[in-house]
Write a protein that binds this ligand. Structure first.
Ligand code: SF4
Length: 340
């Protein structure tokens, strides 16, 4: 049976973590990988962050949790010396009371310092400078079985990605078949999109990606003619300004920082007795009852073969801090933390 897209995606994540950039260039960035992130209208399968190594270290002092846009507004502009928050922070374009809440949250999380100033005004000052830690964002769509209809849908999505230019590069990862059919399907994808041919033991670049203009205004394609002869409608576009793009990129990076790609286990049942990660280096979820790897869609509460760990395993530190499910989650969390 062909490998499901979910497992293919995890393999691509692990490969990117180890080997990005794909053309064998020397890696001079720290690499973080996450999955299933993007904007409200577009979610990418795999996200690769190329990070400044010192910047990534400096980001760590802000904790493992992501900073949302409100918190970023505070930490990026918090002054070096005490100041009333309304004097210190730029007008956010929304009510100040939300900024005040974010200042309190930032203080609760130890990201800034606050005190009551004159007339009860809340003053803040920064504890750490928020670093420039993200160099480039790479989006990868995973499509193990790239047939004609998948290539058509993907081509449309990728054209939108290229026009918007939110990621520095967009790629498609597909299973290497070695058949002549590949090049014909590749032609349906925009030339700017790179193509990774994923084999059992190696990943080859079938087509290199073009760097997109992330600092320039982007174009959001809202609607386009279907292409058939009866469709006379015009395409509709919207402009995306560079500041919006920069904000979105950082928010995506922050979410990627928090989640990584091993968080897939959070939506599965590692507390089932049959759940295994046979190879910690490539932690694909395996079900001993089914005798094969399983997807997040199969391995869930409603699974008919699920056999929960006895509650006693999870409590009283059995045998050390919970049962096997807890240990597996811890293993993945430790691996995630070591990447940061
Ligand atoms: S039996 Fe079901 S819940 Fe248990 S590991 Fe297998 S797929 Fe997951």
């Amino acid at each position: 049976m062909d490998e499901p897209e979910f497992l293919f995606e995890l393999r691509v994540c692990r490969w990117a973590e180890q080997y990005w950039p794909p053309d064998g260039e020397r890696r001079d960035s720290a690499v973080l990988v996450a999955r299933q992130l993007g904007t409200r209208g577009r979610r990418w399968d795999t996200i690769v962050l190329e990070c400044d190594p010192d910047g990534l270290d400096a980001r760590a002092v802000f904790g493992e949790e992501r900073l949302d846009s409100d918190l970023l507004h505070v930490v990026q502009h918090a002054p070096a010396s005490w100041a009333w928050y309304r004097d210190a922070l730029p007008d956010p374009g929304y009510p100040w009371r939300y900024v005040r809440e974010a200042v309190h949250e930032a203080a609760d999380r130890g990201l800034v310092e606050t005190r009551d100033g004159t007339n009860g005004r809340i003053e803040l000052r920064r504890k750490y400078r928020y670093p420039e830690w993200v160099r480039r964002i790479i989006a990868i769509e995973n499509k193990p079985d790239l047939d004609a209809s998948a290539a058509r849908v993907l081509g449309d999505q990728l054209e939108r990605d290229v026009a918007l230019g939110l990621a520095d590069e967009v790629w498609v990862a597909t299973r290497a078949t070695g058949a002549d059919v590949e090049p014909a399907l590749y032609e349906r994808l925009p030339v700017e999109a790179g193509i990774l041919a994923v084999g059992d033991d190696s990943v080859d670049v079938a087509w290199n990606a073009t760097s997109l203009a992330v600092d320039a205004p982007g174009t959001r394609i809202l609607e386009r003619p279907s292409g058939n002869e009866h469709d006379q409608s015009a395409a509709r576009f919207e402009y995306a300004d560079p500041a919006w793009k920069a904000d979105k990129r950082l928010q995506i990076a922050e979410r990627a920082y928090e989640r990584g790609w091993r968080s897939f286990v959070d939506t599965m049942r590692p507390d089932c007795r049959h759940f295994e990660l046979r190879d910690p280096d490539l932690p694909l979820p395996y079900c001993a009852a089914k005798g094969r790897h399983v997807t997040a869609g199969e391995c869930r509460h409603a699974c008919s073969e699920r056999s929960p760990e006895p509650p006693a395993w999870r409590t009283n530190g059995w045998p050390i801090e919970g049962g096997p499910g807890a240990a597996l989650k811890r293993l993945l969390a430790d691996q995630r933390a070591s990447r940061r």
